[in-house]
Structure formats: structure tokens, C-alpha cells
Design a protein around this ligand. Structure first.
Ligand code: 5GP
Length: 127
């Protein structure tokens, strides 16, 4: 798949928009007024969940620029709620958000990767 161009307008037919509309199946683990969370199709940790806002935002850049404060708060709280609900707080976990080509973003709907269930190791492999 092509990396996301974060300057492009939101594509309402991107894969996560279709998951939000239940046009494509996913294994939801959480939902509230602001966000849903579901298992990543290609997990890289024992727990690998994607948390996405219900609103149409391409990326963290788009979200932090345009989203109303209530929506920002709702989404941030949802990420924390998912981690607590999955029992990850005591052992800890990692959040990752990829933005644009250098960030490695593939899907053009804002998503936070929530990773847990093992020691994550170094943040990045040194180059
Ligand atoms: P990105 O690289 O954009 O930050 O991450 C996109 C993530 O979406 C990847 O980890 C990929 O495995 C996941 N993904 C892509 N398509 C699907 C899908 O159809 N269903 C689910 N559950 N995850 C997907």
C-alpha cells in the first residue's frame, strides 16, 4: 500500500471509515461516543489494538488542527479507557501514531496503535 499523503483531503472510503460503518468486519473491543477500538489485522504484540476517532480526520496533524476540544478530549480519554479495560496499566504499554510517509502511515484515518502484553524493547532500531 502507498504511504498516506497527510496533505490530502479525507477519503470517506478508506478502510477504517468502512470499518466504522460496519461495511468491513473487525473485532471491536471498545466503543463510545468519540471512538472505537478493534484488533489490528496483523498484530506485532500479544495486544495490538487500533483506536480511531468516529470523526473524519486523516491524521494526528489533521485532528490536532481541526477537531473541537470536546472531541480531542473524548478521543484521548477513549485511548486511556481502552488500555485500562484491557488491563494494561500495571505492566505498561506503548502508544504509536504514525503520520505521513516518514511516519509510516498507511491508512488515511487517524489511528493510535495500542501495544501491550510483552516488553516492547527499544523505541526504534538505531540506524
Ligand atoms: P499505519 O501504518 O497506517 O500506522 O497502520 C495501519 C495498521 O492498520 C496496520 O498495523 C495494519 O495491520 C492495520 N490494518 C490495515 N488494514 C486493516 C484491516 O482491514 N483491518 C484491521 N483490523 N487492521 C488493518
Amino acid at each position: 500500500m502507498q504511504p498516506v499523503d497527510p496533505t490530502q483531503p479525507y477519503d470517506p472510503d478508506n478502510i477504517f471509515a468502512r470499518i466504522l460503518r460496519d461495511e468491513i468486519p473487525s473485532t471491536r473491543v471498545y466503543e463510545d461516543e468519540w471512538a472505537i477500538a478493534f484488533h489490528d489485522i496483523a498484530p506485532v504484540a500479544p495486544v495490538h489494538v487500533l483506536v480511531i476517532p468516529r470523526g473524519a480526520y486523516v491524521s494526528w496533524d489533521d485532528f490536532s488542527d481541526r477537531a473541537p476540544a470536546e472531541e480531542v478530549a473524548g478521543f484521548v480519554r477513549a485511548v486511556g479507557n481502552v488500555a485500562r479495560q484491557l488491563g494494561l496499566v500495571e505492566q505498561g504499554y506503548r502508544l504509536i501514531n504514525n503520520i505521513g510517509p516518514d511516519g509510516g502511515q498507511i491508512v488515511p484515518h487517524l489511528h493510535v496503535h495500542l501495544l501491550g502484553g510483552r516488553v516492547m524493547g527499544p523505541m526504534l532500531t538505531p540506524q
